[in-house]
Structures are given as structure tokens and as C-alpha cells.
Ligand binder design. Structure first.
Ligand code: F3S
Length: 107
């Protein structure tokens, strides 16, 4: 089982999640973070930390977000690990409440 970062993270990237992960399973892209499902230990610590509410358990993903589980796995294979938090993206406050941001993902 794994937790999954969904599109609420895109263009926000607050990175609060990174600081509480006991196994450093987050990987960083230009405007999105993902969780490596092979490393996630299902602890749930990151869920409460995300100001964007972007992290869901795979079993709680709504139908239209099921594809994010595979997207996290795919991108985690190519993106570097992030183990420390950093400032959010400059316009995070503008994007945090917007839905359906997948088309804005930068790979
Ligand atoms: Fe993204 Fe939330 Fe982490 S916005 S970087 S999943 S704290």
C-alpha cells in the first residue's frame, strides 16, 4: 500500500511533506513531488502536513485520480529524491485551491 501525491501539489510544491517522511520516499520534479510506492511505508505522516491536501491513500483516490498512482511510480523512477523542505513555488498561493492541474505538470 502507498500514499499518492495528486494534482493539488502541482505549481504549489510546499514540501512540508518531505520533513515528516521516515523513509525519504519523495522525489522532486520542477513543479510537483511524487511518492515512490515501493518505498512508502504507509505511515500517513505526510497527509496532515500538506497545506494543499494533495496526498491521499491509494484506496481513497477518487476514480478520476486513480491514474496518479501509476504517475507517482513512473515519475519517481526518473526524478531525484528530495530529503529537505524548501520554500514553496512563488505563486503557490494562487494555485492551491485550483482543481484539475494535471495539464500543467512539467516532467
Ligand atoms: Fe506537494 Fe503538499 Fe508536499 S503541495 S510538495 S504534497 S506538502
Amino acid at each position: 500500500m502507498t500514499y499518492v501525491v495528486t494534482d493539488n501539489c502541482i505549481n504549489c510544491k510546499y514540501t512540508d511533506c518531505v520533513m515528516v517522511c521516515p523513509v525519504n520516499c519523495f522525489h522532486e520534479g520542477p513543479n510537483f513531488l511524487v511518492i515512490d510506492p515501493d518505498e512508502c511505508v504507509d505511515c500517513e505522516a505526510c497527509v496532515q502536513e500538506c497545506p494543499a491536501g494533495a496526498i491521499l491513500h491509494e484506496d481513497a483516490l477518487p476514480l478520476e485520480m486513480k491514474n496518479f498512482k501509476e504517475l507517482n511510480a513512473e515519475l519517481a523512477r526518473g526524478w531525484p529524491k528530495i530529503t529537505r523542505n524548501k520554500p514553496e513555488l512563488p505563486d503557490a498561493y494562487r494555485w492551491v485551491n485550483m482543481d484539475n492541474k494535471l495539464e500543467l505538470l512539467i516532467r
